[in-house]
Design a binder for this molecule. Structure first.
Ligand SMILES: *[C@@H]1O[C@H](CO)[C@@H](O)[C@H](O)[C@H]1NC(C)=O
Ligand SMILES: *[C@@H]1O[C@H](CO)[C@@H](O)[C@H](O)[C@H]1NC(C)=O
Length: 363
């Protein structure tokens, strides 16, 4: 016996299909997939980038005298090309860091999971969590991130770099002997254990020592430095580390790991890998520092960024004789994807690149 579909059944099916169709389209339209594609790239950045100011920003900044610091400029311009950007993300961990839910779910380097106890102890010891009274109270801060690239050599930018309110240096990039090109001011030095200065005499006398932790062991290392316990070996690190940091604990800070997370998964678009460290999903320290500055500085500049891979003879770093050709394929970083992100920032005028290494001939 054949069962004939009844008339009611067919009508019901029709209605169901129509509803599904409507539902599907309302979803496409509300999620903005239609037309959205044409304006924004996969990361959520505006496709058409140029240095012009959106109308509302022109209104806000247009009348400031030339050269005056523009309050909130970097974040406003960033939001204009990347609408998902939200500003609040403190530079350093403070005792309330657990309120910042985005870092609680991830292990280092993307978060603080399983390190909370140690971090609480560290923060109770350092007792300071900002840039210092003077800088924290400024209405408009200009920051420059000094990359370690050879492109900084012989440009005599030192004096201009020193005019910034906040000068950020990375790892063991030296100042002494290079002042003409890289300046002499250091507000903070962001480093991981393997990158920290090892010669005591190379530390500047006043600057914040900021740990960017890439693995759980890095927090342990910081504990040794904070409590002045000399480390006995470099076991567990990928190369030798500083055994001692000549800094008072009150000038030590922990960089908010949110910037590593945001740079990797959102801004550059590196593989999520279940939120864990994996092949090619760790941003370089320079890009992490830029991400931090976008959230915390009113204007952001960079210098010494960009590897010129097409010139194997070019200097890799401004302070040593290594050439570009010495650079190895990296397992952890994805330099080319990272460069795409930095290029967007420069093209849109979110950051100023003083040594023009990010664009090369591209802008
Ligand atoms: C900018 O200056 C012009 C001329 O001085 C004035 O008409 C305009 O209202 C000013 N705009 C803002 C936002 O202050
Ligand atoms: C970098 O990203 C590109 C594009 O997603 C990919 O093809 C390449 O394999 C990545 N490199 C590394 C080292 O992960």
């Amino acid at each position: 016996m054949r069962i004939k579909p009844s008339r009611n059944f067919l009508v019901g099916l029709c209605i169901l299909l129509s509803l599904g169709w409507l539902y599907y389209w309302s979803w496409r339209i509300s999620s903005g997939r239609w037309g959205h594609n044409a304006l924004y790239d996969n990361q959520g950045f505006l496709l058409k980038l140029d240095g012009s100011l959106p109308l509302e920003l022109m209104h806000k900044y247009g009348n400031l005298s030339k050269g005056a610091c523009k309050p909130g400029f970097a974040a406003a311009k960033m939001t204009a090309i990347y609408p998902k950007f939200t500003k609040p993300a403190p530079m350093f961990l403070d005792p309330n860091y657990k309120r910042f839910s985005k870092i609680n779910r991830y292990l280092p380097p993307f978060g603080v999971r399983l390190q909370e106890k140690l971090i609480d102890i560290l923060l109770a010891a350092t007792q300071s969590y900002g840039l210092g009274e003077k800088l924290d109270s400024m209405k408009c801060k200009r920051c420059i991130i000094i990359g370690n690239g050879g492109i900084l050599a012989d440009k005599s930018l030192g004096q201009k770099i020193d005019e910034f309110d906040v000068v950020v240096r990375l790892n063991n990039a030296p100042v002494k002997g290079y002042e003409k090109d890289v300046g002499s001011k250091t507000t903070m030095r962001i480093t991981y254990p393997e990158g920290a200065i090892q010669k005591m005499e190379d530390y500047e006398s006043e600057s914040l020592f900021v740990l960017s932790a890439f693995k759980a062991l890095d927090f342990k290392w910081l504990a040794h430095m904070v409590f002045n316990q000399k480390l006995r070996s470099s076991e567990g690190f990928w190369k030798s580390v500083a055994m001692y940091v000549p800094r008072d604990h009150s000038s030590m800070r922990i960089l908010n790991p949110y910037f590593i997370q945001e740079a990797s998964f959102k801004l550059i678009g590196l593989p999520f890998n279940n939120g864990q460290m994996g092949r090619g999903n760790i941003p370089t320290l320079g890009t992490v520092a830029i991400t931090m500055a976008l959230h915390n500085c009113d204007e952001v500049a960079v210098a010494g960024f960009g590897y010129d891979m097409n010139t194997p003879d070019a200097l890799l770093h401004y302070y040593e004789k290594l050439r570009m050709s010495a650079i190895k394929e990296s397992w952890t970083h994805n330099i080319s994807k990272e460069k795409e992100f930095l290029l967007k920032l420069v093209k849109a005028g979110v950051i100023q690149d003083w040594t023009h290494g990010i664009c090369g001939a591209g802008c």
